[in-house]
Design a protein around this ligand. Structure first.
Ligand code: AMP
Ligand code: ZN
Ligand code: ZN
Length: 300
């Protein structure tokens, strides 16, 4: 297998593009794809600070690495949820890469700052799925940290496989309000809400893993002990089966959906109540007290 660009030995074959590439040209293409997504969606420019949410996994560490190498002004954010057997190890990987890249890293510990770890919060609220609590807490802390630092955009490491599996799930339920929000970039809709960017949304998990390995990024490999919905994994598996038979399906499904969304869904009224400021923390919410602050109210 030879690199299509230079004819040297290829290290990867991208079946969806019918393209084999050597290390140098794979990295070059990866960087170009990220830059293209950022520009196409007008996510941020070079002078603007970006808060990169890093979990310690390959996607977000690769995101931090590629954005830094493209000369973007990045600050890392690690949220320590206090999950035994995971958070400490993940944090170590994040700290290691941030130090190597000479990137400023902000660590927010749920336990230190708010008194309880995620498992402790979840224990008090057996009626809530821990993964939904975790998602809500992370979204809140990403936005709150960005606001406190005066940063207007938060970037996450979501990849094409993540995006396509939630697209499939939302489509199967025809969940129009979720579909309307499913985009690589969501602009801010409130002065206290950061824009959200997913610069890796058009790159597969496999491409990102290859980038991480070739860039010698040491990432946290274990999945969360509370493991994300079995359904997500099932959809990813199904989509991979389809992809084997018909390479390029994932990318097409996501890309075409983006044109459809732009045309028909972007400005629809999803019936969400208007945003106001939380009585306790002042951050935007549709309720009197935001979902995050409600976690810490007595008898809740
Ligand atoms: P997940 O929700 O675990 O699929 O993660 C999606 C994205 O959220 C990751 O690519 C990261 O950008 C971000 N993220 C997840 N967990 C953390 C964490 N503990 N700290 C900071 N960012 C995170
Ligand atoms: Zn080459
Ligand atoms: Zn609040």
């Amino acid at each position: 297998m030879k690199c299509k660009v230079c004819g040297e030995k290829a290290v990867i074959k991208l079946r969806q593009h019918n393209l084999a590439l050597c290390e140098e040209h794979f990295i070059e293409r990866f960087r170009r794809e990220v830059e293209r997504t950022i520009k196409k969606y007008e996510m941020f420019d070079h002078g603007q600070p970006v808060l990169v949410a890093v979990s310690g996994g390959k996607d977000s560490l690769s995101l931090l690495h590629v954005l830094k190498s493209l000369d973007y002004k990045v600050t890392g954010l690690f949220i320590d949820l206090g999950i035994e057997g995971m958070s400490k190890k993940a944090r170590a990987k994040v700290e290691e890469l941030a130090a190597r890249l000479d990137v400023e890293l902000v660590v927010v510990s749920l336990k230190d700052k708010y008194g309880e770890s995620l498992p402790e919060i979840a224990k008090r609220r057996p009626q809530h799925r821990i993964c939904s609590l975790c998602g809500m807490i992370k979204r809140y802390l990403m936005n709150k940290t960005a606001y406190d630092l005066g940063i207007k955009v938060v970037a996450t490491g979501h990849n094409l496989d993540d995006e396509v599996s939630s697209l499939l799930s939302n489509t199967l339920r025809w969940d129009v309000s979720y579909l309307a929000k499913q985009s690589p970039y969501l602009p801010s809709v409130h002065p206290k809400l950061a824009a959200r960017a997913k610069p890796l949304a058009f790159l597969t998990e496999r491409e990102i893993a290859a980038y991480a390995i070739l860039s010698e990024i040491d990432f946290h490999r274990e999945t969360c002990p509370f493991s994300r919905g079995a359904k997500t994994l099932f959809y990813k598996h199904l989509l991979n089966e389809i992809e084997v038979r018909s390479p390029g399906t994932k990318l097409r499904f996501y890309r075409e959906f983006q044109s459809f969304r732009k045309r028909y869904l972007r400005d629809i009224d999803t019936g969400m109540p208007p945003l106001r400021e939380c009585k306790i923390c002042g951050m935007p919410t549709s309720l009197e007290v935001c979902a995050f602050c409600r976690l810490f109210q007595r008898d809740n």
